[in-house]
Design a protein around this ligand. Structure first.
Ligand SMILES: Nc1ncnc2c1ncn2[C@@H]1O[C@H](COP(=O)(O)OP(=O)(O)OP(=O)(O)O)[C@@H](O)[C@H]1O
Ligand SMILES: *[C@@H]1O[C@H](CO)[C@@H](O)[C@H](O)[C@H]1NC(C)=O
Ligand SMILES: *[C@@H]1O[C@H](CO)[C@@H](O)[C@H](O)[C@H]1NC(C)=O
Ligand SMILES: *[C@@H]1O[C@H](CO)[C@@H](O)[C@H](O)[C@H]1NC(C)=O
Length: 447
């Protein structure tokens, strides 16, 4: 409309002509916009039809014995798990939102197969016993299938196949996460939830033991190709990753959590969400950074940092939702080590910045920024460097200047490394300073 008014003022045409022109312009703009929106929706997002057909295909495979997993019976043989919506399919990755009706702690789903359904008892249900979850899988089924056909060429003892599968699972932890799992006695039980030989002896419902074996092995091998799944299994004792409820073939169901996206500056001018709540989340995120930096066997680098990739449980815990780009220190060093460069930008692994050794044309192995810096920059402060749009927007005015200056310091990559190349102590202290300031700004609720 503004465009129209400008045009009318300048062209000095009669109102009638002007209106006609405006109509045409408006219609053209609308049509183009609708086409564009449609394109975005179709290309980038997903449809319910496609999602449902993915689930149907999976259940078909399950009924033929070609995939297996703790979640298959409940997904395919009961009405308990209901599809709600699709979250996206980016990069061949499916994420569907589902709800498990009455799967709360109060009742067990009816036993529909001989395998241990009890393991499905879901935690975190609301009072009605419904559990929200996200069903995820990577769409590389065909590749894994093909590699399997090779594996079953020669007819070997079942135990040999099981041994080989065990070996593959261990290798996957080593190659993808660079951790040694030789101390875990039954790596398949640890990763998949069932002891494979016990599982085979119990599953009589499928055509033959060989089919069951193939289905189980295929399911295990396709799960361990998914970094996020492996990491969740490895760190299952910690609460900062969404809990995995179960698997079916290459797919797995994880706890649904709200993301932090809704705490960002809303486009409309308004008060948004209560400051106390956002300040508490920020304090927890800094605690989480501390755990990532110092609490695990190696630093876990979060290399894809944005509010949408963090979750919030009803009890206030924060979680890392999309851990595909979370790398342990030695893995990140390996990434940097691979890369040739002529500028620092070429060394960056998403939000994990690197530095280029111009003389050698190789990236330095050390990360140039820290977890705290990316959180400060991309979650607390937000996409605008001029004013805060992240979750710490609109603070109480008495802390505003100090918070703003702390966030500026914390977001700068320059201040990170001291002369010896180690992360500077000052950046660590900044986290504490921010926490202290936020804590002081939280008003106790009147009771
Ligand atoms: N456990 C979860 N709880 C709630 N929402 C989730 C959960 N896991 C994923 N999502 C949502 O589903 C979407 C797709 O998740 P996925 O892990 O596939 O991320 P992605 O494809 O890497 O997308 P992005 O680029 O947004 O990180 C994300 O936008 C995320 O908000
Ligand atoms: C499988 O591995 C176990 C333990 O390592 C070993 O004792 C057994 O002989 C192996 N079986 C086969 C058939 O390779
Ligand atoms: C996880 O916790 C269980 C039980 O508390 C324990 O037996 C196991 O060793 C722990 N695993 C890791 C990797 O810390
Ligand atoms: C980096 O450069 C070396 C030597 O020029 C080359 O052999 C190597 O393949 C390059 N690596 C990548 C990842 O491009």
């Amino acid at each position: 409309m503004v465009v129209c008014r400008l045009f009318c003022r300048r062209c000095r045409l009669s109102w009638k002509c002007c209106c006609k022109f405006c109509c045409i312009v408006t219609i053209v703009i609308c049509v183009v916009a609708m086409k564009f929106v449609h394109y975005i929706m179709v290309e980038m997002n997903c449809t319910d039809e496609e999602s449902k057909s993915v689930l149907q295909d999976l259940c078909q495979l399950y009924h033929r014995g070609e995939v297996a997993g703790s979640f298959c019976p409940i997904l395919c043989d009961t009405q308990l798990l209901q599809y709600r919506s699709c979250l996206n399919y980016k990069g061949g990755k499916y994420a569907l939102q589902m709800v498990c009706k009455n799967c709360g702690a109060s009742m067990y789903p009816p036993a529909v197969n001989s395998v241990k359904i009890q393991s499905l008892m879901l935690k975190g249900a609301n009072s009605a016993g419904d559990v929200k979850l996200v069903f995820k899988m990577k769409d590389k089924l065909e590749e894994t299938k093909q590699s399997l056909t090779g594996m079953f060429h020669d007819h070997l003892e079942i135990e040999t196949y099981i041994n080989r599968t065990r070996e593959s699972v261990r290798n996957s932890y080593r190659n993808n996460l660079m951790v040694d799992m030789s101390h875990v006695h039954d790596i398949i039980l640890y990763t998949w939830g069932y002891d494979l030989s016990e599982y085979l002896s119990q599953s009589q419902s499928h055509p033959s033991q060989v089919t069951s074996l193939k289905g189980a092995i295929y399911s295990i091998l396709s799960l361990i190709e998914q970094q996020e799944y492996l990491l969740s299994k490895l760190l299952q004792n910690y609460t900062f990753l969404p809990q995995i409820f179960g698997t079916c073939g290459p797919a797995y169901g994880v706890e649904f959590t709200e993301t932090l996206k809704k705490f960002e500056q809303p486009f409309s001018i308004g008060t948004g969400i209560d400051w106390n709540e956002r300040a508490l989340i920020a304090i927890k995120l800094i605690d989480l950074v501390k755990l990532m930096d110092e609490g695990l066997h190696e630093t876990l680098h979060m290399c894809d940092v944005k509010p949408n990739n963090f979750g919030l449980r009803p009890n206030g815990d924060v979680t890392i939702i999309d851990s595909d780009c979370a790398l342990f220190e030695s893995d990140l060093r390996r990434q940097f080590g691979y890369s040739n460069c002529s500028s620092d930008q070429e060394c960056a692994f998403f939000d994990c910045l690197g530095t280029c050794n111009i003389v050698l044309g190789k990236c330095y192995m050390d990360r140039a920024n820290t977890n705290l810096q990316t959180i400060c920059k991309d979650v607390f402060r937000g996409y605008s460097s001029a004013f805060t749009t992240g979750i710490l927007h609109s603070p109480p005015s008495h802390i505003q200047p100090e918070l703003s200056s702390l966030l500026d310091k914390c977001s700068l990559p320059e201040s990170v490394r001291s002369q010896d190349g180690q992360p500077g102590k000052d950046i660590e202290n900044l986290g504490l300073d921010i926490q202290t300031l936020l804590q002081s700004s939280i008003k106790p609720h009147r009771t």
